[in-house]
Design a protein around this ligand. Structure first.
Ligand SMILES: [Zn+2]
Length: 356
């Protein structure tokens, strides 16, 4: 077995050495020795480890194909616990490995590599230039000026893969960007509300488009936030809906805008300022009211529906149909027990229509 696998699975499960040792009924030192490759567990212990960590025992023998590099951008908050980061990291690595494996199964991978839209300006000097880049990307990808209903689909069409991590991370992590081979990948938490997922996805897209173009003095994080807002809610669209200049805005207007464009009320508020529909004074007033109402933690009304992806599953089934893989490999790639996969394949039961 690969000792590192055990460590990864343990971190992914969020278990300490001691917690795992207790579950398996061996000493903490014994687990440590397995992880360091000093000792190897026998087959019955291996089964117990697999059970405790909710992986198949084959997992421990799978060679490594993906190593997340140190330049991974964690959009994390300063107080993100290290333990949580490790769990997210392990989960993403695991999913990235499945992507890598799937990529290798295809004689020719059916997703085009990510390329920058032709004619992107070589240098971006101001936040208004960033606004132009967002408009340019929309135009190049023929997205028009209306809302983007399925942002994940837009990214996947452009060769940016999206991984959803189910690791519990309500407020502690802001998404991250990695690469599988040359394919850029954006990771978002599955449990987030849709507007938060979309902002992160658009922000990371901003990094891909703006990297190496920003003049010194322009903060990349700020630029990517501006990009995200402009990409999700173009200036032309917000001006068309709310007018060119406004003295005051009703909260209901922001609420409706949020649910049309999938950008948080806070995001919409910033768009009003960025597009000069309201002045700084009105913005400050509204922002204060927003904070005062406690909406920073949770915005009022219905939650914007979450994004989802079907691409990975689609490609697994396609590979199965083409006989490039068998049923057990397909089940393994989808991370589900063979029996459940069998039912899903035959469209039996509710599993068949739900993704993830
Ligand atoms: Zn960023």
């Amino acid at each position: 077995m690969y000792p590192e696998r055990l460590k990864r699975a343990r971190e992914a499960a969020g278990l300490s050495l001691r917690a795992l040792a207790e579950q398996v009924g061996v000493s903490q030192t014994a687990i440590k020795k397995y992880e360091d490759g000093v000792n190897t567990p026998d087959s019955s212990q291996l089964l117990k480890l697999a059970k405790a960590l909710a992986v198949r025992s084959e997992y421990f023998f799978r060679p490594f194909t993906v190593q997340l590099s140190a330049d991974v951008e964690y959009r994390k908050r300063a107080n993100t616990p290290v333990k949580l980061l490790k769990r997210i990291h392990a989960d993403v690595e695991e999913q990235a490995e499945r992507w890598q494996e799937l990529t290798n199964i295809y004689p020719q991978f059916p997703i085009k590599p990510f390329t920058l839209p032709a004619g992107l300006p070589a240098s971006v000097n101001t936040l208004d230039d960033v606004e132009q880049v967002a408009a340019f990307a929309r135009e190049s990808w023929k997205l028009g000026e209306d809302q983007i209903t399925d942002l994940v689909d837009v990214l996947e069409t452009q060769g940016v893969l999206v991984i959803f991590s189910a690791v519990e991370a309500q407020t502690k992590f802001d998404g991250l960007a990695v690469r599988i081979g040359s394919q850029p990948v954006v990771v978002v938490a599955q449990h987030w509300a849709g507007d938060r997922q979309r902002f992160t996805l658009a922000h990371e897209l901003g990094h891909l488009l703006l990297q190496g173009r920003l003049t010194a003095g322009l903060d990349e994080e700020k630029a990517c936030n501006r990009f995200a807002g402009a990409f999700l809610l173009p200036a032309t669209a917000i001006q068309r809906q709310l007018g060119q200049h406004r003295r005051m805005i009703e909260w209901q207007e922001l609420y409706l805008l949020k649910h049309e464009f999938g950008l948080s009320m806070m995001g919409c508020l910033y768009r009003l300022l960025d597009t000069a529909i309201i002045d700084a004074k009105t913005f400050d007033y509204l922002l204060k009211r927003y904070y005062f109402s406690g909406w920073r933690t949770q915005e009022p009304g219905n939650v914007y529906p979450a994004e989802h992806t079907i691409l990975f599953k689609q490609l697994v089934y396609r590979a199965l149909a083409e006989s490039w893989i068998g049923e057990s490999k397909a089940a393994e790639l989808l991370g589900m027990p063979l029996a459940r996969f069998h039912r899903e394949r035959k469209l039996e039961g509710a599993d068949a229509v739900t993704d993830q």
